[in-house]
Design a protein around this ligand. Structure first.
Ligand SMILES: [Zn+2]
Length: 666
């Protein structure tokens, strides 16, 4: 509901990207793409404006940065109960690698990098487990060699290294043990929770949870103990006590450097971490959303619910960022016209919100992202997720400028050529894609998620009736709003696009969106169904348009399939019709209609078509996803222990950063 991930076709990759701000002219030759690991790219994130910030803001960021790193392990543990133990084993081997067979070591390094990028053994896009591709004996021998060099393994009391390795063998080597982290469509008669390997529920089934009223729906693990359900609350004194205490200590250190509004938000966050109570969570959400003008901000807590097949449990994440003033100006214009767009939504009048307010939109540069938002990061975020708070107090949207920039600079242009039907289409994409995708990302967040009214009978919680389809439906709604309004003359009137370019931008966006439904299949190497919500929504929209409009042709040439957008008018008209229906489904909580929509168009795909796409992409050696090496901060202190400066640097190496975060490297 609240974040945008990069679409399959990334930024232009050519010279057509947006001009960089004059105020912080970066070195044009600097490195963005750091390395490739299988189908993942690793790129360096830069935060150019940091050095120009006043010391007070730098110091604030420094403490928030430490709070972000302090909570990192929570997400690993939420994602899989064995993740942290597995990571310990891997990192101990890598830091005691002398004498290990080079082929074995290279495979352990490959696997560990994927493990770091995905915060555990599950691919972030497919939700499926990945395993090590060497014989178990080679791995065991590497661990024994490392032990001789001083590696300290997480042995249970009385356990030998060999016994530990045997115990953990299935975790590293057997893809059929705990195969899927989040399984929203487990098949007839199977249980959503039992078939999902995450650590949000232990021993509990959907049936157990019927009629069980969670007091801490967002921030607890539900455990079935002696036949009874128990909530283990994420708070000080509860689950993740150690990590949460460390987060709070750093947040407290940050408070003296914050603006008055931000102080209130940080205090409210600390209070929530202390009690875990939902009323304190709500108070924090309100305080956070009311802090609209602070130049530095953070998101820190249990936020997104994508990992939970029930859509209730929040994954821990943290982001620390500062506002990019120039780019923010553009978004502000969009936000200021939110009511104008709301009044013209193509849905029934009873779903139109009166007095849309409180929408803040900032273009930001992130300094650090951890947990659910790093190393793999969204490109846009809109929070809070609480529907009632959104309706009453509004929401804050951010567009991650430096992430977009790094995507853009770290990917090549050859990819879109492969899926474009004509040379003209490829050139149009090259020229306009980055402009179009930044614009639609902004519209998705600022006027998409923020829009629409739902029926009172849902009591502000459409997710409780739409269940596993809610997130994908909400993402579809926000995408459709952007696609619907992108040709509107209002955008030129606001000065957001040049009138003379708008038609080309619209065409490039519609073509790119259409191509993506085909190209994104490369990300799902196994199975024939899509789990990730954004990917579901994107496929649903394109396939719905194929079936219900004349906007898209499916063509073939030389054994290659193409999705060709042929009629922007028909595309726009179809988007309007679908958007009206999607809004109705959300507003009425029509579960059956949402299930049908996604089952028909969004979830399933043709495995043969995917194989074709994968083969085409493999020739181009394109990544399926990108993880980012974060900037590194270091506080400089005076003789009195006071911070006199905060230095930023760019490690350009995933391994160095991950080992440093784990405290295995100075
Ligand atoms: Zn979204």
């Amino acid at each position: 509901m609240s974040l945008v991930i990069a679409a399959g076709v990334f930024g232009s990759g050519g010279n057509a990207g947006p001009a960089l701000a004059d105020t912080a002219q970066p070195d044009q030759s600097r490195k963005y793409l750091v390395e490739r690991v299988d189908d993942a790219a690793v790129a360096q994130l830069y935060a150019d404006g940091f050095n120009a910030l006043p010391l007070e803001q730098k110091t604030l960021i420094w403490h928030l940065y430490q709070a972000a790193i302090a909570g990192r392990d929570i997400y690993y543990d939420q994602r899989y109960a064995h993740s942290l133990e597995m990571r310990d084993v891997l990192e101990e081997i890598l830091t005691h690698a002398a004498g290990i067979d080079p082929v074995t070591l290279a495979e352990i390094q490959r696997y560990t990098k994927l493990f770091w990028l995905n915060s555990g053994p599950y691919n972030n896009l497919t939700a499926r487990k990945f395993v090590m591709k060497i014989p178990f004996d080679a791995f065991a021998s590497a661990a024994r060699t490392a032990q001789k060099s001083g590696a300290k393994f997480p042995l249970k009391s009385g356990e030998t290294l060999d016994a530990m390795l045997k115990r953990m063998q299935p975790l590293f080597f057997d893809a059929t043990v705990d195969p899927i982290v989040t399984n929203k469509t487990p098949g007839q008669g199977k249980d959503l929770l039992q078939e999902s390997a995450n650590n949000l529920y232990v021993g509990a089934t959907m049936k157990d949870l019927e009629g069980f009223k969670e007091r801490y729906a967002l921030n607890s693990r539900v455990v079935k103990r002696d036949g009874k359900l128990v909530e283990e609350v994420y708070r000080i004194g509860g689950r993740y006590d150690k990590e949460i205490r460390a987060i709070v200590t750093n947040l407290e250190a940050a408070i003296p450097f914050a603006t008055p509004n931000m102080k209130e938000a940080l205090n409210a966050l600390i209070q929530w971490y202390r009690t875990g109570e939902d009323s304190d969570r709500a108070a924090y959400d309100i305080a956070w959303v009311q802090d609209k003008d602070s130049p530095v901000d953070t998101i820190n807590g249990f936020i997104e619910v994508y990992m939970d097949p029930r859509g209730h449990k929040g994954s821990w994440e943290a982001l620390v960022y500062f506002v990019n003033r120039e780019k923010t100006e553009e978004i502000r214009k969009l936000a200021a016209s939110a009511q104008w767009f709301e009044d013209r939504m193509p849905w029934a009048d009873q779903y139109k919100k009166q007095g849309v307010r409180g929408i803040t939109a900032n273009a930001i540069d992130v300094v650090v992202e951890t947990g659910d938002s790093g190393p793999i990061t969204p490109v846009g975020i809109n929070l809070p997720n609480d529907q009632q708070i959104r309706e009453k107090h509004g929401s804050k949207s951010v567009s991650l400028s430096n992430v977009n920039e790094a995507y853009d600079k770290s990917t090549s242009a050859s990819f879109r050529r492969e899926f474009a039907w004509t040379e003209e289409e490829a050139l149009r994409s090259e020229k306009w894609n980055s402009v179009a995708s930044e614009l639609t990302t902004n519209m998705h967040e600022v006027i998409g998620h923020a829009s629409g009214k739902i029926s009172d009978k849902l009591k502000g919680s459409p997710q409780s009736v739409l269940k596993e389809h809610y997130s994908a439906l909400e993402e579809a709604r926000a995408d459709l709003v952007a696609l619907y309004f992108i040709p509107n003359p209002k955008l030129a009137e606001l000065g957001i696009v040049a009138a003379a370019d708008q038609q080309d931008i619209v065409r490039a966006e519609y073509e790119g969106y259409t191509r993506n439904a085909l190209a994104q299949l490369r990300r799902i190497r196994e199975g024939t169904q899509i789990e990730e919500d954004h990917m579901r929504n994107r496929q649903m929209i394109v396939r719905w348009l194929m079936a219900n409009s004349k906007a898209i042709d499916v063509r073939e040439r030389d054994g290659r399939t193409y999705y060709v957008m042929v009629d922007p008018k028909a595309f726009n008209e179809g988007v309007g019709r679908l958007l009206a229906e999607v809004q109705r489904i959300k507003a009425e909580g029509d579960y059956e209609a949402s299930r049908k929509l996604f089952e028909t168009y969004g979830v399933h795909f043709d495995g043969k078509l995917r194989d074709e796409v994968v083969a085409r992409v493999e020739k181009l050696n394109m990544p399926s996803y990108t993880g980012f090496v974060q900037p590194r901060l270091e506080a400089v202190k005076g003789a009195d222990g006071k911070i006199t400066d905060v230095k930023i640097s760019y490690p350009l190496d995933l391994t160095t950063q991950m080992l440093e975060y784990s405290g295995r490297r100075k």
